[in-house]
Design a protein around this ligand. Structure first.
Ligand code: ATP
Length: 370
């Protein structure tokens, strides 16, 4: 999964930083300690994935880091690790700067969120993953490609929003809590889109992608239409994606379709960044029992079988449905544990993109519409 050639992109910047005339012994000590920091997000140590910007030892140790993928919520764990290693309190500040070039106009990575089967919570997951990437310090956008049932306007509480034209050729995205969003649902009534045939659908999607004045984005999350037919295949092939995330429930039916989705992305050489198991279990607040409504660990087993990362197991939770219906992201107020699940999944996606160093989809496949 990891491409060793890409492991050292971060350390070049770290080497540069090392040359700074700073508190050099401590600076070097901390820089080397960063190599020992491990988590599932930083499996080969933090040093390769960050630049040590400054170390200040005037009034307690203060360390400033630039992470090269979205992972700022690791900050408390990094601070705890350095404090333990140095046997004194270390204050760590982190920011994010991806080293990759913009791969598609102002966008560094396009991530497709897909499901083989409808109704498994793909759009809900897309929105919460986008928010979690943003909470981890990245600039993020969401593109609703589910032209047959655009639900991003509802999920972002933007049902009445109408994008403004920037000029004759481009529309401004709608901003929601710092996320830039675009959806066919902003422009058309739902019924207008449902009669579209394949080429119209993918042309409309490419127009939305290319004719939106996206701000500079680290990640654009694309909520794909459910299914694995020609339309989805054409879209996956046309969009210059860095990778795809498959959302599935643990039940056999959904897993069979998730497998088809994985095959589809393999065909068009879009790397699978991971599998998110949604509606994995229900935690009853009254009896404290766990009920595996749709079966147990099906997504986990599929991820293991096909050797893709399991990004997380998201429970069936009132707070997720309620926040979606209220047009809000899942928040700490609703449920800290849920926020942590989405956070970890988002960081794993960002981490896999960084280590894999995947380029845009290089394969040309021509699909006819019959
Ligand atoms: N983990 C969850 N817990 C509770 N409800 C959920 C969860 N995930 C999704 N839902 C709910 O399930 C319904 C379907 O979710 P969503 O629209 O995200 O699915 P989808 O896969 O995108 O559907 P479609 O195939 O129509 O695009 C929504 O009402 C949503 O609030």
């Amino acid at each position: 999964m990891f491409n060793i050639k890409n492991l050292f992109r971060g350390s070049k910047a770290a080497e540069k930083a090392l040359k700074k005339p700073q508190n050099s012994d401590l600076f070097e000590q901390i820089n080397s300690l960063l190599g020992d920091y491990r988590s599932d997000v930083f499996p080969v140590g933090l040093q390769q994935a960050c630049s040590l910007v400054s170390v200040d030892d005037v009034d307690g140790v203060k360390v400033a880091l630039t992470l090269h993928f979205a992972a700022t919520t690791e900050q408390p764990a990094i601070a705890a690790f350095l404090s333990e290693q140095l046997q004194k309190p270390v204050h760590v500040s982190v920011q994010v700067q991806l080293l990759e070039p913009f791969r598609h106009s102002t966008i560094k990575h396009i991530i497709l969120v897909a499901s083989g089967k409808g109704g498994v919570g793909k759009s809900t997951s897309a929105v919460n993953l986008a928010h979690a990437l943003k909470q981890n310090g990245a600039a993020v956008g969401v593109l609703d490609a589910d032209i047959y049932g655009p639900s991003i306007p509802l999920l972002l509480g933007l049902e009445d929003a109408k994008p403004q034209a920037k000029d004759d050729n481009t529309l401004l995205p709608i901003m929601k809590d710092g996320l830039a969003a675009q959806s066919i649902g902003f422009l058309l009534g739902k019924e207008d889109a449902t009669v579209w045939r394949g080429p119209m659908a993918s042309t409309a999607l490419m127009q939305l992608l290319n004719e939106t004045a996206w701000p500079e984005l680290d990640y654009l999350i694309v909520d794909m239409p459910p299914g694995t037919g020609d339309i989805q295949l054409t879209m996956s092939q046309k969009i210059p994606a860095s990778g795809a995330v498959i959302v599935t429930t643990p039940q056999d039916l959904a897993l069979a379709d998730a497998n088809k989705g994985i095959d589809m992305f393999n065909k068009v050489k879009v790397p699978i960044l991971g599998l998110l198991e949604n509606m994995s279990y229900f935690h009853c607040q009254h009896c404290n029992g766990i009920n595996h409504v749709f079966g147990e660990d099906g997504g986990k087993a599929l991820a293991q079988r096909i050797d893709v990362p399991l990004l997380g197991q998201v429970p069936l939770a009132h707070a997720i449905r309620e926040s979606g219906e209220a047009g809000e992201f899942i928040s700490h107020n609703a449920d800290k544990a849920l926020v942590a699940i989405y956070n970890r999944a988002a960081k794993l996606i960002a981490s896999h993109l960084f280590y894999q160093g995947s380029g845009s989809n290089p394969v040309e496949i021509i699909i006819t519409d019959d």
